[in-house]
Design a protein around this ligand. Structure first.
Ligand SMILES: [Zn+2]
Length: 88
């Protein structure tokens, strides 16, 4: 089984100790802290999942407006803004 280390977090209670978060070939994220062993989830895992999510999903800022505007080229956006200024 191959896995890659995706995060390393210093222990809050034990100085010098680190918890390692890894992701295996099946995409399962696991951690070696006690919370993960007990609950199969922990703050380290959640933090890593959040980071992976941020990387895989491009953020387009704000909701519906951004999606609509994204189809315009910059020049079209400029032209439209100029036209709106002239029109008003
Ligand atoms: Zn953990």
């Amino acid at each position: 089984m191959s896995s890659v280390q995706v995060g390393k977090f210093p222990s809050a209670s034990t100085p010098g100790k680190y918890y390692t978060v890894s992701k295996d070939s099946a995409g399962v994220i696991w951690c070696d802290c006690w919370a993960w062993r007990k609950n199969r989830t922990c703050s380290h895992k959640k933090s890593v999942e959040h980071q992976l999510h941020m990387q895989s999903v491009p953020t387009d800022g704000t909701g519906g407006v951004a999606v609509k505007e994204r189809k315009m080229t910059i020049q079209e956006a400029i032209d439209r803004a100029v036209a709106e200024m002239k029109g008003s």
